[in-house]
Each structure stands twice: as C-alpha cells, then as structure tokens.
Design a protein around this ligand. Sequence first.
Ligand code: ATP
Length: 267
Amino acid sequence: MSGPEQNKNLATGPLLKVEGLEKRFGGLLALSDYSVEIAPGELMGLIGPNGAGKTTVFNLLSGVLCPSGGSICFCGKDITGQRPDQNAFSGISRTFQNIRLFNDLSVLDNIKTAFHMHSGKGLFKTLFNLAGYKASEKEMTEKALEYLEILNLLEHRHTPAGNLPYGLMRKVEIARALAARPKLLLLDEPAAGMNPHETEELTGIINLIHGKFGLTIFLVEHDMKVIMGICERIQVINQGSVLTQGSPQEVRNNPEVIKAYLGSSTD
Ligand SMILES: Nc1ncnc2c1ncn2[C@@H]1O[C@H](COP(=O)(O)OP(=O)(O)OP(=O)(O)O)[C@@H](O)[C@H]1O
C-alpha cells in the first residue's frame, strides 16, 4: 500500500524548525517568541489552556496566518509567510478544530479532493471529472479507498459527509489529510466531540499512522489521556509563550504545569 511519505529517511536535522515566532492581532500579542523543533517521525503534543495560542501555532505552520515575526523552516527550507496551498504542497497537512469538509460530497469524493494537489489537474477537474483527468480516476479512487479502510470508513464511502455523526466526520478529515501524503500532519483537537469509544479508536488510528507510516505528527488535544498516552514529547504553552517541554512523564511531574494546566486531570 502506498501511504504517507516515510519521514525517517529524510536528511538528518529537524523536519520542522520554528524560531522566535510572533503573531499579533491588532493590540493582542497571541504568540510571542515561540520556538519548536520536531524530528522526522516524531509524535509531539502541544497543550495549554484555552486561548494559549495552540490553534494560532497551527494556523501559522499551515500558512492560514502570516507571522508578525520569526521564522518557520520545513525540510531545511524557509517557508515563512507561504500560502496554505504552498505549505500543503511542501508537505504540511492539517485538520481543523472546526471540521471543514465538503458536506454535500460523498466521503469518497472528500478524500479525492486531497489528490488535486499532486495530480496537477486542479480541484475543479478532480471534483467534476473533466477531460484529462479521467485516466487517473480509477487510481485515485483506489487510493482514496485505501485511506478510508485505514480509518474504518469504507462502509460510509457513498454517504454525503455532512450526514455523518460528528465523530465520523472527524475521521474523514483525518483520512483526507492523510491522503494529501504529508510529511507533517497537524491534528487540531481530533478527539473533540468524540465519545470514549471513538476516542479510543482514534488513539489507535493515530498510533497506527505514526507507527506504520513513520508519519511526523504534531497534536493539539485537550484530552490528557490521549496526549499523555501517545505523545513522545509534549510542549506546553501559556499566554502565547512556551512554558516547558519534555516527555509526558516530565510534563506530568512539572509542578508549574500541574499548577497551571493539568491539575488532577492527568490522573
Ligand atoms: N483571528 C483572530 N483575531 C483576533 N484574535 C485572535 C484570532 N485568532 C486567535 N485570536 C486570539 O489569540 C489568542 C490565542 O487563540 P488560539 O485560538 O490560538 O488559542 P488556543 O490555545 O487554540 O485556544 P483553545 O484551546 O480555546 O482552542 C486568543 O486570545 C484568541 O482570542
């Protein structure tokens, strides 16, 4: 099966290197002197209280927002200020806190939209199956089905995405992000709105795509069980600045973190 690109084979050095990133919204300094390094194949978590700046970090990394200062280096290349489509083409794929699917399209067609970037045919042709695109239609369907199988979504392939329960929509978003064959996958609160059974299944899926494909993952999640259970390293931010980072054990035992963020919720 062809899956997301193997990251372990990249040249040595971090896959992602962020230095001194800053983001202002008018008078509000949402992110200040933010830095992080993520190694190829790493599964890293990002936590912090509401409004700490986690989604802002993801918006900057994916190009949705332009930084007010600092730099983002990906695969050894400076991508600071690039557009979202350029960052996606560079290999950064993401899911959103507020799910963004094409609600009227089938689950299968939603996955196929991820391929337009690599096909060179454009989203319009991909969606509407125009001339010049048909040759690769069968191949794209087969690949899309592979990703649906990984996420246990095959039985829903013909269902309009908007008709799915929330937990399944989240999985479709992850499948679509994977289908873009990223080098770095940004997951923004993937367990939000999921029931305990769905959360457990999601945890297994993240472990699978990390282990099986060696995919580098940066994960924002409020569910401490998920974060502590699967991340190799966790960074904690507060009020737009890095508080600390380390192994789940180190973060869990850091008195400042316990006091400020986790309380008893990690038990
Ligand atoms: N587009 C925007 N315009 C103005 N302020 C913004 C914008 N986006 C985020 N902010 C502000 O920046 C700060 C960081 O927000 P952000 O959404 O990144 O936090 P977060 O850690 O993801 O929070 P949560 O856990 O609640 O999702 C907050 O004060 C927020 O109100």
